[in-house]
Design a protein around this ligand. Sequence first.
Ligand code: ATP
Ligand code: PYR
Ligand code: K
Ligand code: MG
Length: 569
Amino acid sequence: MAVARGSDLVCPRIIAKNPAVNLRSSVLAVPVGLVKLRVGKLGIRVQAIGNAESFQISESLEGSLGFDVMSEGELKEKGFMGLRKTKLVCTIGPACCSIEDLERLAAGGMNVARLNMCHNSREWHRGVIRRIKKLNEEKGFCVSVMIDTEGSQLHVVDHGAPSSVKAEDGSIWFFTTENFEGCRPFTVQANYEGFSEGIKVGDELVIDGGMATFEVIEKIGNDLRCKCVDPGLLLPRAKLSFWRDGKLVGKNHELPTLSSKDWSDIEFGISEGIDFIAMSFVNDADAVKHLKNYLSNKTPRSIRVLAKIESLESLHKLVEIVEASDGIMVARGDLGVEIPIEQIPTVQQKITYVCRQLNKPVIIASQLLESMIEYPTPTRAEVADVSEAVRQYADALMLSGESAIGSFGNKALSVLQTTSSRMELWSREENQQSGLHWHELGLSLPDKIAEQVCSRAVEMANKLGVDAIFVYTKNGHMASLLSRNRPNPPIFAFTDNDSTRMALTLQWGIVPLLVDLSDDVEANISKTIGLLKTKGMVKEGDALLVVSDDIPSSANPTVYQSIQVKTIV
Ligand SMILES: Nc1ncnc2c1ncn2[C@@H]1O[C@H](COP(=O)(O)OP(=O)(O)OP(=O)(O)O)[C@@H](O)[C@H]1O
Ligand SMILES: CC(=O)C(=O)O
Ligand SMILES: [K+]
Ligand SMILES: [Mg+2]
């Protein structure tokens, strides 16, 4: 029978039993009565008219479970406990932008592709985004897209050479905002008019957080004459910062967090259907709130806003920024320009802890495997750094130049894979989770209940040693509350919302699955287990812990959250 999508058919009485699932705890039967068939995007839903119960015909939905090829393959090969929990972000650049390169990264475990809008043309970025979407659609990957704004930062526009130039000890340089043409030796153009406001003779001008250092010896209008006191390289777009008595000199130029170019990049991102915007140089919560508000009015698709912590100001307002955002990136590159680098490890640990307390995903970024831009193996110290981020239970790790411009991007990704899997196993065996006390998030009773249900569910799942946790979620909230507790088994988060699915790709331990859900909790449970059973993903003897969050309807006005343990028979 050919039926158009979205159409309803009213049929006479049927009695049905879900054939794909036979659980000890639930055998689903539909009550006798008139039955409505609704043909949806993901299959046919049968609804008994005048009765709240509904269920889906499993066989007709075969193949409609939005399981990505990577999780499916990993599950088949390594079992539930073999699924990697830490998510991986790759920066896409000239070294990895063809469809073949992108497919290799996706097959190597990339969960999120990051596009840094500082570099390359919009057309180039459009091409990359479309290729990723094509791979998702045609090859069954589930790779989300993040754009990273350029932001407002003091940097070099021109240093009179096409690539790097060396600043020798004692050499005298001129820093200006004048746009000079051609080669003018020992002259550096900065990007902002007021770059030297408030700067005094004797202050230090630091390049890229310590690549080279100059002393200001004369101020001529807005321009600065400086002497190199610590020789080093000046790279294109090198970052500039000023220091006095061992402390960063606060910025005197009032630049908005989002420039007009950033706003047009955001418009571009919205029109290309991106999943995340990483906001560079966030200094307070207002900038994040403003963008989130703008996005909610602009597009029905939920785009998550990640605040990048990379300035001294953002550290002072960390809690309010984390609260306002949908997630955080610890942007260690620029952070190391604004604070002494020896403070980076403790600051990273603190940000990661605050994110976990406030239930926001956190990405650890920059220089994780920096040496792999040039070499095929990482240093032992780099592997230790990656392991430490995983031990801290960060949600995700990010590659920058390693994938964007390096020759060994795929190898770097595989180092992240193996290192994170190893450390996750160690953390489980050492039971690193015990004794953690969480700040209470919920203010309303339903929120408090959800939080308690998820925390207790994870405790049960760990103690019982179940194989997987199942959760049904509209906006991802219940799934993230489970993830926050970093359970031993993986979390299968079923959602019928595509933007929720794509947002959950960033969160620790979550396998997001797209599936058509009804308002009937029990029917959703039976259906999804049935589908997984049909696909051979769950089998006899598997134990599942199912967390559900019932949606109130006129037929069933009470909301209830439940924990059920099911053993597949
Ligand atoms: N789309 C691109 N086109 C060309 N080069 C790129 C691109 N993306 C990244 N790169 C190169 O890879 C290097 C690392 O990239 P990345 O985007 O992580 O830089 P970053 O300076 O750490 O980020 P940010 O500018 O956000 O602080 C860059 O210095 C740049 O040379
Ligand atoms: C990623 C980034 O922006 C940084 O490390 O500065
Ligand atoms: K950026
Ligand atoms: Mg940065």
